[in-house]
Design a protein around this ligand. Structure first.
Ligand code: GTP
Ligand code: MG
Length: 260
């Protein structure tokens, strides 16, 4: 297992029932936990606050309004980095990500060359239980599109069960991240891979939520499509410009492509 202190960050919006089931499972792995709640109307924050009163390894960060998982995770990362955690883990509250697999993710970080670990549905041994066909298609199609557009080697680009080395989070300019929905995960993937760090995927069994409501929406899918397309276009543009610059400098060299 990676050495150092680990903080598991759980973003919540209206997860009153799920959070009571998941927190004991996460805490049982020996990590510290931060719940980032966007003032859930169902009182999730109050439930977590009362559990935290008797569990020193559990903390609550309350934000004023629902703003998507991207800003919630950024607030959680900032909280954890300020307190000197060495590894920060992302995990949904709804039971889709098995907390019992946290040690498997952390084990991969023992290799100093690995910057982040992704609990992946779409590598051999990984799978999804309980999702209808359309959800599988959105997830697989989204991963396929983002991988192609951004040239990423990761199979499950939108996965939300991840472990990052703190030093990597410090290096990837989190202050520039603007993604709100699950394209936040794609954004993190491209930033970390783009900065030259290795991302490893370990297979997980992802289960559809049993309690509470999904926050997935058409707006989240549209945000991801637009952002991925924009990032892909920018990368193509940057490659084209650097290709032109290379050609121009080759032309200027004596014996260049078009010697006068
Ligand atoms: N703080 C915060 N948490 C959120 C927000 N939206 C979703 N979450 C949490 O993020 C996690 C993932 O949200 P889900 O609703 O499960 O979304 P999903 O996993 O993409 O969709 P499903 O597979 O349908 O459950 C859950 O723990 C949610 O409570 C938000 O705006 N703010
Ligand atoms: Mg979910």
């Amino acid at each position: 297992m990676a050495s150092g202190r680990t903080l598991v960050i759980v973003p919540t919006f209206d997860e009153r029932e799920s959070i009571q089931v998941i927190l004991p499972r996460v805490l049982a792995t020996g990590v510290d936990v931060l719940v980032v709640d966007d003032s859930s109307p169902d009182g999730t924050g109050a439930v977590v606050a009362s559990l935290a009163a008797s569990e020193p390894r559990l903390s609550l960060l309350t934000r004023t309004s629902k703003d998507g998982i991207g800003p919630a995770y950024l607030a959680g990362f900032a909280w954890g980095l300020e307190r000197g955690y060495d590894v920060l883990v992302e995990l949904d509250a709804d039971g889709s990500h098995p907390p019992e697999d946290i040690p498997r993710l952390l084990a991969e970080l023992a290799d100093p060359a690995v910057g982040g670990v992704i609990g992946s549905r779409w590598v051999p041994g990984g799978r999804v239980v309980g999702w209808p066909l359309y959800r599988r298609l959105i997830s697989r199609g989204g991963s396929w599109y983002a991988r192609g557009m951004l040239g990423l080697g990761v199979r499950d680009v939108t996965a939300g069960f991840r472990a990052y080395r703190a030093s990597v989070l410090r290096a990837v300019h989190l202050e520039d991240v603007e993604s709100h929905g699950y394209c936040f995960q794609i954004d993190m993937t491209r930033r970390i891979a783009g900065a030259g760090y290795r991302l490893v995927e370990v297979p997980i069994v992802f289960r559809d939520r049993e309690l509470g409501e999904s926050k997935m929406s058409g707006a989240i899918v549209v945000e991801a499509m637009l952002k991925v397309t924009g990032w892909g276009a920018l990368e193509l543009w940057a490659k084209a410009i650097s290709g032109l610059r290379r050609d121009a400098s080759a032309d200027r060299r004596p014996g260049g492509r078009f010697p006068k």
